[in-house]
Ligand binder design. Structure first.
Ligand code: CDP
Ligand code: MG
Length: 836
């Protein structure tokens, strides 16, 4: 059905093959540099002494000498006063008691599962024990330990901590590597990396040559990458009998993993935590003196409407997640819904479908005013509500008083300088309040926390395979997660945990969260399976711990065919191979490649970076109108969120050159931090594309790229296709429709939301999310012709006028080599018109 798209793809593949051949690409070297980006860290992963050992006596001597050096250095540190102090701390951790047992079971078994309370020393200690024991045995220089983390921030924080515990700087024996960033040296023997980075290494080195130990951390989270990695590693083990695999998990679902690995031994580290008192909503009301008034006595809120909407979506909810409907039932049984929360000052409502900022504010106030000293950890669902809550609290008379309260945010994409504040003890008399996402559940330990506030939700992606629609809804957490959150309060003394939901809701929670593999679209994963040459996608995935639905797999494969990454026989195309190397989603990778070919890479890199980091446009909830009009200024009536981003970035970059980047962001409701992240990602993309030979080595990333709005629109369209919806301007409203979902809506912060008319027949979008209706996130208006040439063959009226423009336009921006393809496209277009 996508005839024209195929033409473009055929051209693209031919073009890419030629480029690749010319540059002799896809050598191991260029691939590892691709996953690295930073030139300084390109020489492999950890050094690979093994093949050398076998056939080179000189190398053997060098490695022996290095091992002795390592041993001496380690001894020196351990005997130094600082080293002794550090060791004293390390010995106090529960893991230390199990050190010998751990090392023994690891040496005797190829696969070992280690579980233990968060904070007992799995992540920081266990990899170190292995390293130390190898060094003590004078095998230090021959070992290479890789420890994967699900998140960048934990890989970075943990490596820094471990280096400090060893009295070293990062990049000596300990290093880290995350997407597009890392510190490691020639002699790095213990590398903390994200799971994604290890998967990328497997692309070039399928047997993990030279690696002696792989440690997969936080497997209880059941992230998609971790589940995927486990399939690959399980296949690899028989081929690498000397390789050791250690799986580390916080909560107690260790048996599941043990049976997956043929009954591998599990070792539990008994931990010690202080008791934590759990307060549920009903207790909180009592403690803090708020009153509940039955809903039927108040009629001004329109709860009825909310309730009705809930009922309507219940069918969907049931399918999506049993927890949601179980919670509904529990609430109904306990007659909790329809109550509202009444405080002396204001009326606020406890609504199970939203997170009550006022309630959180009241609880925090109570802690600050009445409770004993100790830091507070607040679990929120994501970056946006953390930010909004932080803004709200900052203007509170008590909580916003910085001489009494230190208000911090903690989320996955935070700068490392900001990170450190979270771990530091505040001055005496200052209460530290950390607003965190669920990453503070397991992967980060803040030692001085005594109070935990748990909103009961986490932003969870789910995937509706029937409608091929991803959903991102703050969902109720599992019992395991709630327990885990509570446990964070008992690290240094007995603690208190405020669960902001009734006990009956807790009782309705599922025991564990379903694995991510069952909750997300599988496109990137399927592409990776193909590029790792792991055979048939569906056969491979059927060997997962909990295999995904066949329909999800089918959708993903179909998508990869439509965008041209796989051919009809499910083989990787050249385009697909390029896409698998770029560390962004396939569609964004395609955008980058086209941006390079059509010489508008500058703005396209901005769009891709923006889409793969997060939205830099801030929408503080009390200044939403101001923020929306600030964003609208960037849109200049071109009906594109993506182009608005390009303008905002370009403006920021100019301001930054004059040292006024911060003011610029402040005035325009932009996140300076996100702008910086986008900036650095752009740089990385640029290096990567240079490495693949798609842009000339002499090219500099400055403003020499075309900023032609139509061209950028076309490239965006090519990347986002088939993410497309039709626009019908009605008299009073605009109707938007996608093929799969029918009627869809726009998020209110889109520049296309609320305009009287959209003068484009189509919108392409990056993401759609099902909440109650299907909402489109960022969108860009495109014309028929752009869609025909760059998207699929979804022809509609109005071609004639466009075609004329198209001819001259293509000649203007396309490289001469595309002439032939263009001619055949044009012929097809003309035929189409004649048919009409
Ligand atoms: O992985 P697990 O949750 O078992 O614990 P860990 O991350 O290895 O942390 C063990 C202990 O090291 C924590 O309880 C903290 O006391 C300490 N730690 C620290 O002080 N600073 C860090 N950045 C990380 C850990
Ligand atoms: Mg850990």
């Amino acid at each position: 059905p996508f005839g024209l798209q195929r033409e473009v793809d055929a051209y693209l593949n031919a073009y890419l093959s030629k480029k690749s051949m010319k540059r002799g690409n896809f050598s191991a070297n260029s691939l590892s540099s691709l996953s690295g980006g930073n030139m300084a860290m390109n020489e492999g992963f950890c050094e690979q002494p093994e093949p050398l050992l076998r056939n080179n006596v000189v190398m053997e001597k060098i490695i022996g000498r290095k091992s002795l050096q390592l041993r001496n250095k380690q001894q020196e540190w351990q005997e130094s006063p600082d080293g002794q102090k550090m060791n004293e701390f390390r010995r106090s951790l529960p893991a230390y008691k199990e050190r010998d047992a751990l090392l023994k079971v690891i040496s005797e078994n190829q696969v070992v599962i280690v579980s233990g309370e968060t904070g007992c020393g799995k992540t920081t200690q266990l990899p170190q024990y292995i390293l130390e024991s190898e060094i003590e045995a004078a095998r230090g220089a021959a070992c290479s330990i890789i420890c994967t983390q699900p998140r960048r921030i934990s890989a970075m924080a943990v490596s820094e901590r471990v280096a400090a515990e060893r009295g070293e700087k990062l990049g000596e024996s300990v290093g880290y590597k995350v997407r597009l960033e890392g510190i490691k040296g020639r002699d790095t023997r213990l590398l903390f990396c994200t799971t994604g980075v290890l998967l990328r290494r497997l692309l070039v080195d399928r047997s993990l040559n030279g690696v002696t130990h792989v440690i997969v951390d936080e497997i209880h989270e059941r992230g998609m990458n971790e589940d995927f990695l486990l399939i690959v590693l399980r296949d690899l083990l028989p081929r690498r009998p000397e390789l050791r695999l250690i799986l580390m998990s916080a909560t107690l679902n260790a048996e599941l993993f043990s049976s997956y690995f043929g009954g591998a031994p599990t070792l539990h580290i008994p931990g010690f935590t202080y008791p934590v008192r759990a307060h549920f909503l009903e207790d909180i009301l009592e403690i803090t003196g708020y009153r509940l008034t039955p809903y039927n006595q108040i009629d001004d809120y329109g709860q009825d409407k909310v309730w009705k909407m809930q009922k309507q979506t219940q069918a969907f909810r049931k399918r999506k997640s049993q927890i949601a409907s179980a919670v509904e039932d529990a609430l109904e049984a306990a007659n909790f819904r329809g109550y509202r929360l009444r405080t002396q000052e204001s009326l606020s409502c406890w609504n199970p479908d939203s997170i009550g900022f006022n309630l959180i504010e009241h609880v925090l106030c109570h802690i600050v005013k009445k409770e004993r000293p100790g830091a507070v950890l607040v679990f929120m669902t994501g970056w946006d509500d953390i930010n909004s809550l932080k803004d709200q609290l900052a203007s509170h008379p008590i909580l916003g008083d910085s001489s009494k309260v230190l208000l911090l945010a903690c989320h996955g994409s935070m700068a490392s300088s900001e990170q450190r504040l979270i771990f530091d003890k505040p001055e005496d008399g200052v209460r530290k309040i950390v607003l965190a996402t669920n990453m503070a559940e397991t992967s980060i330990t803040i030692n001085d926390v005594v109070f935990v506030v748990d909103c009961g939700k986490a932003k969870e992606t789910s995937y509706d395979a029937l409608n091929n629609t991803p959903c991102l809804i703050p969902s109720w957490i599992s019992k395991a997660a709630a327990r885990q959150r509570r446990g964070r309060a008992g690290r240094v003394q007995p603690g208190e945990c405020y669960h902001l939901y009734p006990r009956c809701v807790y009782d309705a929670f599922a025991d564990y969260q379903p694995p991510e593999l069952l909750r997300t679209p599988l496109q990137s994963l399927c592409l990776q399976i193909k590029s790792l040459q792991l055979g048939s996608i569906s056969e491979f995935l059927s060997r997962a711990l909990q295999p995904p639905e066949p329909l999800s797999v089918q959708n993903a494969v179909e998508y990869l065919k439509v965008i041209g990454a796989l051919d009809e026989n499910e083989n990787l195309t050249v385009l697909g191979r390029h896409l698998s190397i770029l560390p962004v989603e396939p569609k964004l990778g395609k955008m980058l490649i086209l941006g390079a070919i059509f010489n508008c890479l500058g703005p396209v890199m901005t769009v891709v970076a923006g889409l793969s980091v997060r939205d830099p446009f801030l929408m503080p909830f009390d200044k939403k109108d101001l923020a929306e009009s600030a964003k609208a200024q960037f849109s200049a009536r071109d009906y594109s969120d993506h182009l608005a981003l390009v303008r905002a970035y370009d403006g920021w970059k100019d301001a930054e050159r004059q040292q006024s980047g911060y003011e610029y962001c402040w005035q325009n409701f932009l996140s300076a931090q996100t702008m910086k992240a986008i900036d650095s990602l752009r740089k990385q993309f640029f290096c990567l594309l240079k490495d693949t030979g798609l842009i000339d080595l002499k090219t500099e990333d400055c403003n020499m790229w075309s900023h032609d709005e139509h061209l950028i629109r076309a490239v965006i369209c090519a990347g986002l296709f088939p993410g497309i919806c039709s626009v019908v301007n009605k008299e009073k409203s605009i109707a938007l429709k996608t093929m799969e979902d029918g009627q869809v809506l726009l998020y209110s912060n889109s520049v296309n939301a609320g305009v009287p008319k959209i003068p484009y027949p189509w919108l392409v979008f990056n993401e759609k999310v099902k909440v109650n209706s299907v909402f489109l996130r960022d969108s860009t208006g495109v014309s028929d012709s752009v869609l025909l040439l760059f998207g699929g063959n979804l022809s509609r009226g109005g071609l004639d006028g466009h075609l004329k423009m198209l001819g001259g336009y293509l000649e203007f921006f396309m490289k001469p080599a595309l002439g032939n393809t263009y001619l055949s496209l044009r012929r097809e277009l003309e035929e189409l018109i004649q048919k009409k």
